[in-house]
Ligand binder design. Structure first.
Ligand SMILES: Nc1ncnc2c1ncn2[C@@H]1O[C@H](COP(=O)(O)OP(=O)(O)OP(=O)(O)O)[C@@H](O)[C@H]1O
Length: 237
C-alpha cells in the first residue's frame, strides 16, 4: 500500500502534510512519533476510516484488522468465543493454536472480567490474527501495560507474526517496542506530521537483543530524531 502526498487537517489545524509512505507486504512497519503528532489520524487514513484532504492511496487493502489501545472484547463472551467471532469459519485447531501462542491455554472459557489487562490484550491480538486481515493496524496496543509485560507481549506478537506473516502497521511511542518489532521504523515529525526518517532493520525479530550494538546505535539515533518538535501550524484564511 502506498500513500502519496497525503494532507489532512481538522478545521484549521494542519495535522498531516505531504506524507509519503509505502507499507510493504509481510513486514512489520513501526510508526514512531511524539504524542499528538498524528499517528492515529494516519492509521485511520490507512484503515479507510478517514479520507485525506489531498493525496493518493495506491494498492488499497480491503480486509484490514485494527487492534486498539483498549481490548474491545465482548464482556459476555469467553476467550474462545471472542477470538472465534471475527472468523466463524476458523477451525477449532487454529483457534486453540492462537490461544496457545498468546499463552492463554486453560483460559478458553473465561470471560474478560476474569482476566488481567495484559491477558485481555492477548485475546485481542489472537482475535486480530484470526480475522486474517491483509493488513493489521495496531494503535499502541500495549500502552496500558508495564515495561516487562510489554516486552512479553512483543515476544508473543513476534511469534504469532512469524507464523502468519501479514503486513502489520504498529504505532507506538516506545522506542524499544519499535526496535524489537520493526522491519522498518518510520519516524514521524510533529506539527505537521511528515516522515522524518525511515530506518530498516534486516535482522529477524527472533535474533534481536536490545543490548546488541546494532540496536543500541539505532536507539541513539531514534532518540535524537524524536527530540525537538515543531510548533502547531494553522491554515491562514
Ligand atoms: N476529530 C478530531 N477533530 C479535531 N482535532 C483532532 C481530531 N482528531 C485528532 N485531532 C488533533 O489532531 C492532532 C493529531 O491527533 P492524533 O490522535 O492523530 O495524534 P496521535 O499521534 O495519535 O496522538 P497520541 O500519541 O496522543 O495517541 C492532535 O492535535 C489532535 O488534538
Amino acid at each position: 500500500m502506498k500513500l502519496q502526498g497525503i494532507h489532512k487537517s481538522y478545521d484549521d489545524l494542519v495535522v498531516i502534510e505531504d506524507l509519503n509512505l509505502t507499507i510493504e507486504e509481510n513486514e512489520i512497519t513501526c510508526i514512531l512519533g511524539p504524542s499528538g503528532c498524528g499517528k492515529s489520524t494516519l492509521l485511520n487514513i490507512l484503515a479507510n476510516i478517514l479520507k485525506p484532504d489531498e493525496g493518493k492511496i495506491h494498492e488499497k487493502k480491503e480486509k484490514i484488522g485494527y487492534v486498539f489501545q483498549e481490548d474491545r472484547l465482548l464482556p459476555w463472551k469467553s476467550v474462545y468465543e471472542n477470538i472465534k467471532l471475527v472468523n466463524k469459519n476458523a477451525n477449532d485447531l487454529k483457534i486453540r493454536e492462537l490461544i496457545e501462542i498468546v499463552g492463554l491455554e486453560g483460559f478458553e472459557n473465561a470471560t474478560p472480567s476474569k482476566l488481567s489487562g495484559g491477558m485481555r490484550q492477548r485475546v485481542s491480538i489472537a482475535r486480530a490474527f484470526n480475522f486474517q486481515a491483509e493488513m493489521l493496524l495496531m494503535d499502541e496496543p500495549f500502552k496500558s501495560l508495564d515495561y516487562d509485560l510489554r516486552l512479553n507481549m512483543v515476544n508473543s506478537l513476534v511469534e504469532i507474526w512469524n507464523k502468519w506473516n501479514n503486513s502489520i502497521v504498529f504505532v507506538t511511542h516506545e522506542i524499544d517496542e519499535a526496535l524489537l518489532l520493526g522491519n522498518k521504523i518510520v519516524v514521524l515529525d510533529k506539527n505537521p506530521c511528515t516522515v522524518k526518517e525511515i530506518i530498516k532493520i534486516d535482522k529477524s525479530q527472533h535474533l534481536r537483543s536490545l543490548d546488541s550494538i546494532e540496536l543500541v546505535n539505532i536507539r541513539g539515533k531514534l532518540i535524537n530524531l524524536l527530540q525537538g518538535n515543531g510548533k502547531k501550524i494553522f491554515k491562514t484564511a
